[in-house]
Design a binder for this molecule. Sequence first.
Ligand SMILES: [Zn+2]
Length: 352
Amino acid sequence: MKPVISLKDLEEMVRSGRDLGTLPSDALLTPSARDFLRDREGYGTHRTGSESSRSAAPAKPVNSKSSKAEIEALFKSAAVEEYKRQICDIGRRLWQRAYVDGNGGNIAVRVGEDIALCTPTLVSKGFMQPDDMCLVDLEGNQLCSGNGKKRTSEILMHLQIMKRQARAVATVHCHPPYSTGFAVAGVEPPTCMIPEYEVFSSVALAPYRTPGTPEMGKLVADLVDKHNTILMANHGVVAWSHNNLEDAYFKMEILEAYCRTVLVSAQLGKPPNTMTPTQLQDLLKIKQSLGIPDPRHGLKECELCDNNDWRPGVMCGVKDGQAANGSSAPAGDAEAEALVQAITDQIFSRPR
Ligand SMILES: [Zn+2]
């Protein structure tokens, strides 16, 4: 009987460091397993998104156990050179948009089953050169560098994401001010307000730990099964993509624009309008079809718009076809009034 290979089987293979090229040739793939392989097409042949660059890669997959010469050849291959240029480009965009400060932020991309290319430590992301990039194994051991620079100290977090989330092809970390403001306040951005955010982002908040420590990486990795963008309390944001580097960077643009817009809207004197659960459900269907995780996939509509952590009082409607604009305010006001009245009564009823 032909073996049936599911997405879970493939993810397990990647987690345990097994080569996907060893799959039996007569194996039957489930649709999600086929998508997964298509997404990862180019591992060992170093996907860059263009056919021409794929053909420039070495035929034999290279991993951290390959010989020094093979690893160095990979590091200097046309495909990896292209990744180095892409990282410089993304770094420049992060810096130009003020998503990074000083030497902050870091970027990584898988270039083999257990090998990643990443940014160096102590270099501004706006002014990196391709030769600054470092090659590491998934434990963070440096395998190569172009000009002797050391890998970023925060690489462990990126690698822990890649180890835990087999679909993570690329990761970007930075400190965009509006998003980081939410992370400092310990507030997850409210939902049900802007379609792009709902479709492309799945945000969670990780507690603070010292940046660069394995403990910080673990707290982030614990969330990447269902989330692609993690706010790190009192620190910044890290995002992963199952597509490519630019897509991981786009998660930053989307989150930062969203946090900024939500804050502007919160200052306009009335509770922001929110979409209905039915409208959100439509967006979640698109999200699922794009292979983007979200803990709300499969939830009932009435459970979809939970903004309990959002302090300015944005609440999402629970009835179909009814936006929640302002609907929570009367109840909240009535409760508060009753409380004030009870306290006032108590004060005035005391003997003087
Ligand atoms: Zn940082």
